[in-house]
Design a protein around this ligand. Structure first.
Ligand SMILES: *Cc1c(COP(=O)(O)O)cnc(C)c1O
Length: 224
């Protein structure tokens, strides 16, 4: 078994049962995904529409694709019906379009709402107060072709472990606050996706049940 396969095995040993591992394969070729696939990895994460669609066409159909990048509304149509989970829903507008395109395609699309708790301004997502307000106003009630399955978020990119832990804990509290409202539209609200190669152990300690691991499995990405 090659290095990628070995790393997949290691991660499945390290990460506690009940926490899903998404192998983030963005910027890496299909051949590397197949090395992980041969080690029985089935969940993969992609962040660019064109790259994702090409890989989707080429690779085995039992792969569960997680879309994790910023999704432009004019590209939504291309991904509908191909994802297991769109993790990066960062605006109501985007949710509306996903709902509309899913309805047209006669599918229900599972999504996570992306929350912004990190200190950087560059990260996408709803601010916690904004999200709670949207839910309080009942704005999610009319989307019948999406299933809102939970939250995705990222911690601040810093070496300060306490800061990272605080970000994850904020996400977990937000997740709990939303879940306890017990709304019918949130009956499948169960995933808390947080943690990447550099910070996943802290995320798991803070209650994550999906970790998104890229470079620690596939090595460094070469950005094009
Ligand atoms: C790229 C990416 C990851 C994986 O990052 P690594 O540090 O390589 O593990 C996880 N989540 C999101 C949203 C990403 O864009």
């Amino acid at each position: 078994m090659g290095q990628i396969g070995e790393r997949i095995r290691e991660f499945h040993q390290l990460v506690p049962a009940g926490v899903e591992i998404v192998a983030v394969s963005k910027f890496h070729p299909a051949s590397m995904i197949m090395e992980a696939y041969d080690a029985e990895q089935r969940s993969f994460g992609e962040s660019r529409v064109q790259e994702f669609v090409l890989k989707y066409e080429e690779l085995p159909k039992d792969i569960k694709w997680h879309f994790i990048g910023h999704l432009q509304t004019n590209k939504v149509k291309q991904v509908i019906g191909k994802t297991f989970l769109i993790e990066s829903v960062d605006s109501l507008k985007l949710l509306e379009i996903i709902n509309r395109e899913s309805e047209k395609a006669n599918v229900v699309t599972k999504v996570l709402l992306q929350a912004h708790v990190a200190s950087e301004e560059t990260k996408f997502g709803f601010f916690p107060q904004e999200l709670l307000e949207i839910i309080r106003q009942g704005s999610l009630e009319n989307f019948h072709s999406v299933e809102i399955c939970g939250l995705m978020g990222m911690a601040t990119n810093t070496d300060d472990i306490q800061h990272i832990r605080r970000d994850f804990s904020t996400l977990h509290n937000l997740f709990d606050d939303i879940k306890k409202q017990n709304l019918p539209v949130l009956k499948n609200f169960e995933y808390l996706s947080m943690g990447m190669s550099g910070d996943w152990p802290i995320a798991v300690e803070e209650g994550s049940n999906i970790v998104r691991i890229g470079s620690a499995i596939f090595g460094d990405r070469v950005y094009t």
